[in-house]
Design a protein around this ligand. Sequence first.
Ligand SMILES: NC(=O)c1ccc[n+]([C@@H]2O[C@H](COP(=O)([O-])OP(=O)(O)OC[C@H]3O[C@@H](n4cnc5c(N)ncnc54)[C@H](OP(=O)(O)O)[C@@H]3O)[C@@H](O)[C@H]2O)c1
Length: 373
Amino acid sequence: MAMKELSDALFFVCSLEFLRMSVLWTYSLISSYWQLIKESEILKSYPRCSPSTSPFRPVCVITGATSGLGAATALALSKEGYFVVIVGRSHQLLEETIKRIKDCKEDAQVKAFLVDISSIKSIVTFTKSFQHWLLESDLHCSVQILVNNAGILATSHKVTADGYDQMIGTNYIGAFALTKLLLPLLESSPVTSRIVNVTSFTHRSVNDIQVDERTVSGRRFLSSEQYPCAQIYEYSKLCLLLFSYELHRQLSSVGKSWHVSVTAADPGAVQTNIMREVPSIISSLAFKVLGLLGLLQTPEHGISSIIDAALAPPEASGAYFFGGKGRVTSSSELSRNPKLARLLWETTCNMLSDIPFGSEETKKLASALLCPK
Ligand SMILES: NC(=O)c1ccc[n+]([C@@H]2O[C@H](COP(=O)([O-])OP(=O)(O)OC[C@H]3O[C@@H](n4cnc5c(N)ncnc54)[C@H](OP(=O)(O)O)[C@@H]3O)[C@@H](O)[C@H]2O)c1
């Protein structure tokens, strides 16, 4: 092993972030399963409803579909009969993903779009070209499922084109923006449409949360001597959860949650590329330990909660899917705080209003992002 790799690994092991990941995250994961066992008598589970493919083929959009859980979800939903729109940031990986899906299902209907979920302009451009493509296709001009799956675990501070921390920008702000922009297409669906936000058990490690523009944009963490990667990851996943519940509440208040359902899905621990930035010796060791504890899943098993949420009946809106078999459980108390969720919503809308958009057409489309409702 190269000296550099070894010294990086040693440096990481000596950090607070490593301690947080190895102790707090394992504790959060075990307590999630413990809660599932403890509440098994009272917890609800929802059946999967297969889509009707006539008179039109339903469309699902999956972000981060070129690897791990996203790629497995794309294949599974393609097998369910969906026209799968895969969203990714690498042209080559998108091509490879289409090939893999078609190798497993020859008649699969798949379309790829190159989108950087951490860039608001890229999301706005995607929304425009996706709408044009839908109008020109023989599909119904609507979306039946949106899976906000793209996510990263960054170990160093990087800034997005809009000036946000890259991890928060990808894991939360990008999902917020895409959902708001695709909402009209989800609302146009003749059958119940579903939004599935892929969150994580790590949100349980957050005990206190600050919601202001400095924190939500990630600028507050710039002053930290060492990038608090574990803390930011947990924070971004908690924000995604608060957003899911707030959107569900807003749609319910106008009687629309039966038409557009919003759920969160927690896959548990899954062996994917999520730890690509962590020194490889540490990630391999972490996967080994999780495997020995019986807590590690393959992406094909790990997608259970995502597919459960994607195919759940409309009454599941507002639920937190975890553990497969259609099971839902309670997320942390903090994540269920409606005042905090409302504040986060308004703060995010304010932040997005600072982004300069070019043409009038783009400005008009982007105004959906800025509107607090
Ligand atoms: N694995 C776990 O144990 C676990 C547990 C709980 C929750 N999750 C969540 O599950 C989701 C999927 O992660 P995974 O485990 O499958 O990890 P993964 O294998 O690393 O896949 C992440 C996907 O997101 C894409 N992505 C990242 N940044 C993007 C951007 N700016 N624009 C567009 N796409 C972007 C990646 O594209 P590239 O291939 O181009 O990088 C990749 O396709 C994440 O939200 C993660 O937080 C994972």
